[in-house]
Design a protein around this ligand. Structure first.
Ligand code: VGL
Ligand code: ZN
Length: 204
């Protein structure tokens, strides 16, 4: 049984948002079009408290893009984004949400970031996604969303490690590309570990 995963299609990751992903909005019609092929759809939301350790604003003298150690983890600092309860943390109103069966919130612990939809960045705590998918008999995952080089990358990686047959829909994701080729490198690494890359027009 297969499921569609929609990672972090939230206002702050879209053009005009606090941590905008170039062309992030372009994936929304693609995702809306393929929802009809799935009986189970799960969305994730990045969901940070204002004092989250990934925000540059919470570290005196630091700017977005700089690296720090956060409780033993290497951490890139970001602009404040997806603050719990803020408009930027809302799923885009352009995404069809009527068919979404479950929403997984991640990144709520101020002490550790959580890029993957399955675990925090230390692989210490589960989000509950794996248990939910197992309970629903899901063995195959189609992954879409933002950002290709962060949350989507780590989600696909964990999905493969957890044993899911994992497809990354390359036309239904975009990357931040702090370095110009970050998304390309992420795709290559995911293919190398066993994820299958495809475009959404081959679904159906
Ligand atoms: C993300 C950076 C910080 C993502 C979340 O959704 O890819 N990236 N928080
Ligand atoms: Zn975040």
């Amino acid at each position: 049984m297969k499921a569609l995963l929609i990672v972090d299609v939230q206002n702050d990751f879209l053009p005009g948002g606090a941590l905008q992903v170039p062309e992030g909005d372009r994936i929304i019609p693609v995702i809306n079009n393929i929802q009809k092929y799935f009986r189970l759809i799960v969305a994730t939301r990045d969901w940070h408290p204002v004092n989250h350790g990934s925000f540059a604003s919470n570290h005196a003298g630091k700017k977005p893009g700089e690296m720090i150690r956060l409780h033993g983890q290497s951490q890139i600092l970001w602009p404040d984004h997806c603050v719990q309860g803020s408009p930027g943390a809302e799923i885009s109103p352009l995404l069809n949400q009527a068919l979404i069966n479950n929403v997984i919130f991640k990144g709520s612990d101020p002490d550790i970031d959580s890029y993957s939809a399955f675990y925090d960045n230390g692989h210490l705590k589960e989000t509950g996604l794996h248990a939910y998918l197992k309970r629903n008999g899901i063995t195959t995952l189609y992954v879409t969303g933002l950002a290709a080089d962060y949350c989507v990358y780590y989600t696909v990686k964990d999905a493969v490690l957890l044993g899911y047959e994992t497809y990354l829909l390359t036309d239904a994701t975009r990357g931040v590309n702090m370095q110009a080729d970050d998304t390309q490198k992420a795709f290559e690494e995911l293919r190398r570990i066993g994820a299958q890359l495809m475009t959404s027009d081959t679904l159906g």
